[in-house]
Design a protein around this ligand. Structure first.
Ligand SMILES: C[S@@+](CC[C@H](N)C(=O)[O-])C[C@H]1O[C@@H](n2cnc3c(N)ncnc32)[C@H](O)[C@@H]1O
Length: 273
């Protein structure tokens, strides 16, 4: 890792500061859930002018549980497919390729916007089979880095809500049409969170908001060949992973309120032959 960098991130790119900050808080806590060993150092090497990240502290358990579950699914995929391919879309400054240690025979592709990848390249020393590709997932440019013959896992964490519904479908179509078989794992928010996101102070400061929400019927209709493998409410996951056992019944009860149950869910599909 290199010296401290001043960064100026706005729009959806700025939201990576929120998730990195939350992983750092978790890592520094007495009983971490994810325990990302890189979050503190990476965060401390960034100078930014985004004030009020502390407001995101409330969401730490949900965000780090999301990362932990996606790490688990990624490790499971790589254990079964050591020569497979992982497309880590909207990777931000997340250390996932270091946390899950992809085997040397696999191809790993980190994709994020140009300004983000320029910072990421300076902050991380990643092994050569972890490729860093700059581009919007809504464009075709990043696709040149993809091996069209490999069994593929797409991991998109905290990304799809910042894309329009059509852009999301196009990205899914590109992967399922361009690789022979694989898995797609991503999180999605409930429709009621879209208007709320417009008034969320940190998102307002970044100048962004959520653009799409989970629409199970629409997704099934648009992608009839995808088979659902997991559909997990983040509240259920937090209830299972929360180290303070005495908090679990409260979390479980909150998670049974329908609005909360669907506020953030993790989806996992398989496709192909
Ligand atoms: C909430 S952050 C999540 C970052 C990372 N996955 C994590 O968990 O820390 C959202 C990320 O999506 C990226 N992003 C948003 N729109 C994108 C697009 N069209 N193409 C590529 N990346 C995008 C942003 O730059 C940002 O890094």
């Amino acid at each position: 890792m290199t010296a401290t960098r001043k960064v100026d991130l706005r729009g959806a790119a700025g939201t990576l500061l929120m998730t990195l900050y939350m992983r750092r808080l978790d890592a520094l806590s007495r009983r971490p859930i994810l325990g990302d060993p890189y979050a503190e150092e990476v965060y401390d090497r960034i100078e930014h002018d985004v004030h009020g990240l502390w407001r995101a502290a409330w969401d730490v358990p949900a965000i780090v549980c999301r990362s932990a579950l996606l790490d688990d699914w990624t490790r499971r995929f790589l254990a079964a497919e050591p020569d497979g391919q992982v497309l880590h879309l909207g990777c931000g400054l997340d250390s996932r390729p270091l946390r899950v240690t992809p085997p040397p025979g696999c191809r790993w592709v980190d994709v994020d916007q140009l300004q983000v990848m320029a910072i990421r390249r300076r902050l991380y020393d990643l092994p050569p089979h972890v490729r860093q590709v700059a581009g919007s997932v809504t464009d075709d440019g990043w696709w040149a880095a993809i091996d069209p013959a490999r069994t593929t896992l797409v991991v998109a964490e905290g990304l799809f809500m910042y894309l329009s519904g059509e852009a999301l479908h196009t990205a899914v179509d590109r992967v399922t049409g361009g690789t022979p078989r694989g898995e797609i794992a991503f999180d999605a928010v409930a429709p009621w969170t879209l208007p709320v996101s417009r008034w969320t102070p940190l998102l307002r400061f970044m100048g962004t908001e959520f653009h799409s929400a989970w629409d199970p019927a629409g997704f099934a209709h648009r992608h009839p060949d995808l088979l659902e493998r997991d559909d997990v409410s983040i509240y259920d996951e937090v209830t299972l992973r929360e180290p303070r056992v005495w908090l679990r019944p409260l979390l479980s009860a909150t998670g049974h309120v329908p609005a909360f149950q669907d506020s953030l869910r993790l989806h996992h599909f398989t496709y192909g032959r």
